[in-house]
Design a protein around this ligand. Structure first.
Ligand code: CP
Length: 300
């Protein structure tokens, strides 16, 4: 089965295989890629907001020649109380072979993958749990830039506690032998992750890093104020030009976006020559084509 629940379910050779297929899709033109899965059905279930992941999956699906359906929470029968399980069984009955799902509920996809004989499930960001395609596109971007992942020092900085991006990246980076470190405000630490990566001060984390991955402050998930004003956050934990100058000359900037310009990263650094942010977005299409191909081929 071609489910993709999180990066810790994938072996290094499976991830390498996805990166190689992403390279292949990148090199092909649209006429060639459209011959891959014409007339095959995929559904995108986005029950939380998204711009990049939703559109890049849709671009990837259309490039592969697939027939694409979109299901939103407000307009689906989940609003009438239909369970997620019954929704997936329904899609299966209708011939949908893969379901790309963004959902707030932690653990729901793993549970559904265990129960459902239905479509291949692809996690497009699940609550505070995992965001595997984001991590795969982040690693793909680093691999293209540096030529390897083993030994790379990656500082993951910011709202660690609420970040599914941090979690999925951590598992994948560790699997490849990279050396991730964590940093950010004390109130946003997650001690459960610190056996996998050390927690450093912001200055120490970025000083030796090869890549600095800034995380969005997830204002929508904060139930209490975990930091003061935006200005205060920027002053203590924001990536500014001054801090960039204290980093090594080869160090690159990553951010999954959307960005809070002027909070965790200054606006001028988003488009800086050392920023990979828009390259990450472009790479998301090739990586998601590879993930969709894996789903359609039953995990091979
Ligand atoms: N990086 C990311 O998941 O962005 P969206 O929430 O816009 O999909």
């Amino acid at each position: 089965k071609g489910h993709l629940i999180d990066t810790d379910h994938l072996s290094v050779s499976e991830m390498e295989g996805l990166f190689e297929r992403a390279d292949t899709w990148r090199s092909r033109n649209r006429t060639e890629t459209a011959r891959a899965y014409p007339g095959r059905f995929v559904a995108n279930l986005f029950f939380e907001p998204s711009t990049r992941t939703r559109i890049s999956f849709e671009v990837a699906e259309r490039r592969l020649g697939m027939e694409v359906f979109r299901l939103d929470q407000e307009t689906s029968s989940t609003e009438k109380g239909e369970s997620f399980y019954d929704t997936l069984r329904t899609l299966d009955s209708l011939g949908v072979e893969a379901a790309v799902i963004r959902h707030a509920g932690g653990g729901l996809l793993a549970e559904m993958a265990g129960r459902s004989p239905g479509p291949a499930l692809i996690n497009a960001g699940e609550g505070e749990g995992g965001h595997p395609t984001q991590a795969l596109l982040d690693l793909y971007t680093l691999r293209r830039h540096f030529g390897h992942l083993s030994g790379l020092r990656v500082a993951i900085v910011g709202d660690i506690r609420h970040s599914r991006v941090a979690r999925s990246n951590l598992w994948a980076l560790k699997a490849f032998g990279a050396r991730p470190v964590l940093s950010g405000p004390e109130s946003m630490r997650d001690p459960r992750l610190e056996s996998a990566a050390p927690y450093l001060s912001f200055a120490d984390a970025i000083r030796e890093a090869d890549a600095v991955m800034m995380l969005r402050v997830q204002l929508e998930r904060h139930r209490e104020s975990l930091f003061g004003s935006a200005e205060e956050y920027r002053a203590r934990y924001g990536l500014t030009k001054d801090r960039l100058e204290r980093m090594r000359p080869h160090t690159v900037i990553l951010h999954p976006a959307p960005v809070n310009r002027g909070v965790e990263i200054d606006g001028e650094l988003v488009e800086h020559p050392r920023s990979k942010i828009f390259e990450q977005m472009e790479n998301g299409v090739w990586v998601r084509m590879a993930v969709l191909e894996r789903a359609m081929e039953g995990g091979v």
